[in-house]
Design a protein around this ligand. Structure first.
Ligand SMILES: Cc1cc2nc3c(=O)[nH]c(=O)nc-3n(C[C@H](O)[C@H](O)[C@H](O)COP(=O)(O)OP(=O)(O)OC[C@H]3O[C@@H](n4cnc5c(N)ncnc54)[C@H](O)[C@@H]3O)c2cc1C
Length: 232
């Protein structure tokens, strides 16, 4: 058996104001517009025409949200990313395409709070400017906030796109399949076998949110191991 259940649990920023009704998770928005494009029933609250849309995050999912909002007729679409252009995880091609479509990018901007009006509706995102210093043990440049650089970005709608963690279905533990501290399935990286013999895993549920090519590679390598085990 091979498990490839992906990583589907949206990460949270734990910002004050992020539970406001006009603050959405990326997949809620993308799923609604997908339904609209397929001419099936969708929630009209996701019609962002003529609105100022702010997307927090800089991965591939953020790029999809930015470009979708632009095509859906938003008045302005702004990406807030806390590191710089070079460190942004999303594909460079999609970044370029988003720029061509008119998306604004604000780099080195860490969100601090979602500002709400008296009715509890999000009206802006407070950001603090950041600077990148020396690389840490993981090889990533350390990010520091610049004190006193707080400013606000106007928003009629905020989309949170901060990445995904594995959802960890209960059948894993029930079958002795161990996961690590962030919910990734533990495998033997040579054979792709999990901690339960005869059960293999790969893709985002092992790596964390990653790429189609790495998931395909895991599937191929696991298939080779399964084949070998069956021929023994
Ligand atoms: C919006 C978005 C944009 C992306 N853009 C890119 C991109 O441009 N380029 C790129 O390379 N990657 C991109 N990715 C990442 C890419 O989609 C994933 O890395 C890849 O799909 C992972 O493959 P997977 O097979 O591990 O998991 P998935 O493709 O996530 O497949 C998991 C499957 O398991 C099913 N499942 C989940 N839980 C259970 C359960 N309990 N029981 C049964 N079935 C279950 C799900 O329904 C799903 O069908 C993007 C991801 C998102 C969300």
């Amino acid at each position: 058996m091979f498990i490839g259940v992906g990583a589907t649990k949206a990460k949270k920023a734990s910002l004050s104001g992020e539970n406001a009704a006009n603050v959405y998770e990326a997949m809620e928005y993308l799923t609604a517009i997908q339904k609209k494009n397929f001419k099936t029933k969708y929630d009209r609250k996701f019609d962002f025409k003529d609105l100022n849309v702010v997307v927090i995050g800089g991965g591939d999912t953020a790029m999809d949200c930015l470009r979708t909002a632009k095509r859906e007729g938003a008045k302005s679409v702004t990406c807030l990313y806390r590191r710089d252009e070079y460190n942004m995880p999303g594909s460079k091609k999609e970044y370029k395409n988003a720029m061509e479509e008119g998306v604004d990018f604000t780099f080195l901007a860490a969100p601090k709070e979602i500002i709400l009006n008296d009715n509890g509706k999000a009206i802006a995102v407070e950001i603090v400017k950041t600077t990148l210093g020396l690389k840490d043990a993981s090889g990533r440049q350390k990010m520091e906030e610049i004190k006193g650089s707080e400013t606000r970005v106007k928003a009629d709608v905020v989309i949170m796109s901060l990445g995904f963690d594995p959802a960890v279905p209960s059948f894993l533990a029930e079958n002795g399949i161990e996961t690590n501290s962030w919910g990734g399935i533990i495998i033997n990286e040579t054979t792709h076998e999990t901690t339960t013999a005869g059960i293999y895993a790969g893709g985002d549920c092992f790596r964390g949110a990653d790429l189609v090519v790495t998931a395909a590679l895991d599937g191929r390598e696991a298939a080779r191991s399964i084949s070998k085990a069956l021929l023994k």
